[in-house]
Ligand binder design. Sequence first.
Ligand code: COA
Ligand code: AMP
Length: 627
Amino acid sequence: MGAYRSAYERSIADPTGFWRDAAAEIDWSRRPERILDDSEPPFYRWFPDGELNTCHNALDRHVAAGRGEQPALIHDSPVTGTVRSYSYAELLDATARFAGALRRLGVGPGDRVLLYLAMVPEAVIAMLACARIGAVHSVVFGGFAAHELAVRVDDARPKVVVATSCGIEVDRIVPYQPILAAALEEAEHVPEHCVIVQRPQHPAELTPGRDLTWDQALDGAEPADCVPVAATDPLYILYTSGTTGRPKGVVRDNGGHAVALGWSMRNVFGVGPGEVFWAASDVGWVVGHSYIVYAPLLAGATTVLYEGKPVGTPDAGAFWRVIAEHRVAALFTAPTAIRAIRRQDPEGELIDGYDLSSLRTLFLAGERLDPDTWTWAGERLKVPVVDNWWQTETGWPVAANPRGLEPLPLKPGSPSVPVPGYDIRVVDGRGEEVPAGTDGSIVIRLPLPPGCLPTLWNDDERYLRSYLSAFPGCYLTGDGGRFDADGYLYVMGRTDDVINVAGHRLSTGAMEEVLAGHPAVAECAVIGVADALKGQVPSGYVVLKSGAEVDPDALAGELVALVRQRIGPVAAFRRVTVVPALPKTRSGKILRRTMRGLVEGRDEPVPATIDDPSTLATFRELGAAEA
Ligand code: COA
Ligand code: AMP
């Protein structure tokens, strides 16, 4: 039996033995005696009596082991024209000092700190500083607008907010202060302090008494030591899009997270101490949390924090430059990034200008990897291109090709096989497993392995309702797909109202709430339609209130601006069509899947429950026009 198969089978048959062994790779201030608390199903807790500190495992122990001089973090920022490297000793020093600054501001174990930061080293330092003193960070992606920030402030109720004065989008300065000010105006919760990282490109005006600059916060602060926390204590909350406008606060605990991420770095990504790992994502997404910050540092590797884009900073060779300059062993990004590069450099000619001999593997995730992009990247880069499928909720790959454990054959269109720890099943609507080759809902048998969400922040009930109630004993991933006869998984897309735009997870429900708020709109639907670059883009359809006298183009412009203002530019919401009616079932449910099929030009089967088939004509025409 191969290494993968035996590890996988052991992880399912003897999860406590499997994860007890993996836990030995982590430093504990109190080693867990108990591995899994399964006394209150469907809630499960890993390492319930263990104690550790995640920051100690990411920094201190590597310095103690003699890695102090090794680069821990390389900030490569084409948008500011700077590259700065921090050794493990330097990153530890900066983190301990900022941890001390937070403590002086009154932040203690269990308190929340909200981080709204561009891709600057202070983002990593602030996350690790929270972990160091047992505080809980909640990072909000910079592309979200004030309202989204306000919703997160009210849910997480942070004592302190840490923000950059601005972000830089290629050559456009995005001042964060007006967004933060509007969010704090809208939110009911009032944080005690805001710490602002002043950037020379656009310094922010401070509110006296409440705000202080990063440097002021540090001035005279005593470095803080690591505080041991329970393995089950929360490390962070990361909000992600659900099917409604209210985001879900995914909770990550300390112990399971450290064990699982450390294990994944070695066994899935095949990257070890001293190697350079680059996740070209953003710290505001789960990929950034897990594979820019925590996993590479837990593994003693060097991580690259890239403040730039795949194209335009300055060209489609940017990724190849970073790989060559920092001797990157493995790159992790989203398929969209590769499609954007390919669009500008179809033959990959810019690749030839760089020495990519350090690169062993390209990992792609965040959205479906189309076989065309897979083939292009593999042929041009001449390294294995490894699709991996997971979600904010799981925090680390659910299906992947385990490069460190045992590289398996790759198949285009498939993220390969279930990762050890995940008992994946494909089921029909009644929860019965379907045979290989048949599509169904992808679920994971409980308990989920360490590192996955134990619950939603302050909302056990929503956790149960969203994930655990559809198929008792199983976690509902929200994705549909199938296994093939070799046990390879094919993930075909979401079965709910979540869409993936350029690898960014968004809720069509949240966009619908914005459109429905316009006085001229009677009804609306937003669906994700296929897009050659971004995978999917949102497309809105609105029905006017009777008697509403508006110019459809002007209305469309207003609605686009409203979504941008309310949700943020990251929604990439640009298409609105005024339609006479929406197709619905007789009970009034909007037939979004049917609409999507027709708009994408497919001959979609029309449900027998449709109320008025004539409503489909507009969507057929839109599909024909698109084709
Ligand atoms: N702060 C402020 N605005 C942001 C932002 C941030 N952190 N991130 C994105 N935006 C803005 C963009 O500037 C853009 O604004 P615009 O409408 O004024 O042009 C808008 O949000 C949409 O962004 P995006 O969908 O990313 O489109 P783009 O055209 O700017 O870039 C790609 C396209 C493909 C280059 C880009 O999407 C990309 O790099 N994708 C990689 C995906 C990725 O890293 N995913 C993370 C999960 S692994
Ligand atoms: P997020 O929580 O932002 O990481 O988004 C998770 C969702 O992205 C999943 O539920 C999938 O719909 C999609 N996704 C992520 N990775 C893949 C992949 N490799 N293949 C197909 N879909 C993916």
